[in-house]
Write a protein that binds this ligand. Structure first.
Ligand code: SF4
Ligand code: SF4
Length: 263
């Protein structure tokens, strides 16, 4: 199960941010006026499990997507809005490095951190290729989106998807969501929105595909997303192999040295 976030129909209402905070009892942050359009959340973190980015671009919208106007046609300015979240990676480095088993893969294929098991070591923080998971300053433990694990268990959809008034956030079986995303992308290309693209949809990418993937209207970097993310633990097996070979070499050297002394 996962999310398909179609940013082309996001109106930036932030209902998803609020619903997530309410349902999951995520603490409020002090209000920072960041000077980044209407975005005063800034980024994902321990206290922001959804983040709606507002990007102002000095270029006119190529096509009318049929959404309420948040662009100034005269000045040729368009706003891109996108609700970001944990990607619930197929190959999740956060999970690979967690020494306590606090991070685990659920029966729904999502990645969840258990707050009563996390010991606050913070290994998962630099391991995440998207900069999603973070330790909470007040108690040191790591927090991130759980894809509403408790709601899924009760047969409910995640709170953000339920609250989104435009269905920008869609929840469901990944295969079905991918088919839906492909159809939506083809429709946008037919309308002339040639920069539209899917991000995180490809199961052959560096993280094995995201459980939360996106339809974007511009390059991923514009939205603060890495263009080619890869699982940061991908080299661990070969590193262990090299370390094992080196250790065997040292052991053999010691044995030979003792054997030589005895003669
Ligand atoms: S996006 Fe980061 S925190 Fe989320 S599953 Fe992937 S590695 Fe873990
Ligand atoms: S609730 Fe939907 S439309 Fe509103 S900001 Fe979130 S994703 Fe965009």
């Amino acid at each position: 199960m996962g999310f398909f976030t179609d940013t082309s129909v996001c109106i930036g209402c932030k209902a998803c941010e609020v619903a997530c905070k309410e349902w999951n009892d995520v603490p409020a942050k002090e209000l920072d006026l960041l000077g980044t359009s209407y975005d005063n959340t800034g980024e994902l973190g321990a206290n922001s499990w959804r983040h709606v980015a507002f990007i102002e671009q000095s270029r006119p919208s190529t096509v009318d997507l049929g959404m309420p106007g948040v662009r100034d046609e005269q000045d040729g300015v368009r706003w891109l809005m996108s609700s970001d979240v944990c990607k619930h990676c197929t190959h999740a480095a956060c999970l690979d490095v967690c020494p306590t088993g606090s991070l685990f893969r659920t029966e729904f294929g999502t990645v969840v951190v258990q707050e009563d098991i996390c010991n606050g070591c913070g290994y998962c923080v630099p391991a995440c290729p998207y900069g999603v998971i973070e330790r909470r300053e007040s108690d040191g433990r790591a927090f991130k989106c759980t894809l509403c694990y408790d709601r899924l268990g009760d047969g409910l959809e995640p709170a953000c998807a339920k609250a989104c008034p435009t269905d920008s956030i869609q929840f469901g079986e990944l295969d079905e969501l991918r088919e839906r995303a492909d159809r939506r992308l083809a429709a946008l290309h037919d309308k002339g929105e040639s920069d539209a693209r899917l991000y995180g949809r490809d199961p052959d990418d560096g993280v094995g595909g995201d459980g939360a993937f996106f339809l974007l209207l511009d390059e991923p970097e514009v939205y603060g997303l890495p263009p080619e993310p890869f699982v940061t633990t991908r080299d661990l097996p070969s590193m262990w192999k090299h370390a094992a070979v080196a250790a065997l070499g040292v052991a053999a050297g010691v044995v030979l040295a003792f054997a030589g002394k005895r003669r």
